[in-house]
Design a protein around this ligand. Structure first.
Ligand SMILES: C[S@@+](CC[C@H](N)C(=O)[O-])C[C@H]1O[C@@H](n2cnc3c(N)ncnc32)[C@H](O)[C@@H]1O
Length: 211
């Protein structure tokens, strides 16, 4: 039998110890990430019954499940990931690389010109370990999500954006502040303490500002 690498063994051990992993299995969520969105939405009320939501970097689908439950049959959820994702009841799923114009056009076609209430992005690049490369990849994904939000949010809409504590992130936060009335940082309990990840909650989209 092939031996597991020490990093994948460590990952498996950490998963087994993790209370959010256990809870997600009990609650029927596909990922522990579901609890990050539940905590943020509980505090910030980003979506409600009837909301129109876009979920970028959605696989395996924890956030999509949470969003579909909250918006209900009157709302819509468009979920997108470069990885294949099992369908989620009440959501439309697109498979493709969001960095490509074709995939963004496919998402725009599903939205069909109707403005959305919330764009959320949990997209994260594959970490190479080369710091400068990883920072650039994370920043690229965040900027593309911000551009998409600027194109498709209704005035007053919101953006929930995964960011990382990198040197360039302050400038990204300033860019968010130029486009939204308020911007807050959130580090939900389910976000691992040792990770550089945090979430920006940007509310009150003001079209035309910051461009
Ligand atoms: C942290 S996971 C998302 C977890 C998800 N929110 C959940 O609740 O299950 C990050 C996701 O971003 C996706 N991703 C990374 N780069 C992408 C890209 N260029 N286009 C689309 N998805 C991308 C990855 O495939 C991965 O599934």
């Amino acid at each position: 039998m092939p031996r597991r690498s020490s990093s994948s063994s460590r990952w498996l051990q950490r998963q087994a110890r993790d209370s959010f992993v256990r809870k997600s299995r009990q609650d029927g969520y596909r990922s522990r990430a579901a609890y990050k969105l539940l905590e943020i939405n509980e505090r910030d009320k980003l979506m409600r019954s009837g909301s129109r939501v876009v979920d970028l970097g959605a696989a395996p689908g924890g956030w999509t499940q949470v969003a579909a439950q909250i918006v209900g049959a009157r709302g819509t959820v468009l979920a997108l990931d470069v990885l294949k994702m099992e369908p989620v009841a009440g959501a439309t799923v697109i498979e493709g690389d969001f960095r490509t114009a074709e995939v963004r056009a496919a998402a725009a076609a599903v939205l069909a010109g109707a403005p959305v209430d919330l764009v959320m992005s949990d997209m994260a690049p594959n970490i190479s370990g080369i710091r400068i490369k990883d920072e650039a990849a994370a920043e690229e994904l965040a900027l593309i999500a911000l551009d998409f939000a600027r194109e498709h949010l209704r005035p007053g809409g919101a953006l929930l954006l995964k960011l990382f504590e990198f040197p360039g992130t302050d400038e990204l936060m300033r860019e968010l502040k130029r486009n939204f009335d308020s911007v807050a940082r959130r580090k939900p309990e389910a976000s691992r303490a040792g990770s550089r990840e945090f979430y920006a909650v940007a509310r009150g989209f003001a079209p035309g500002c910051g461009i």
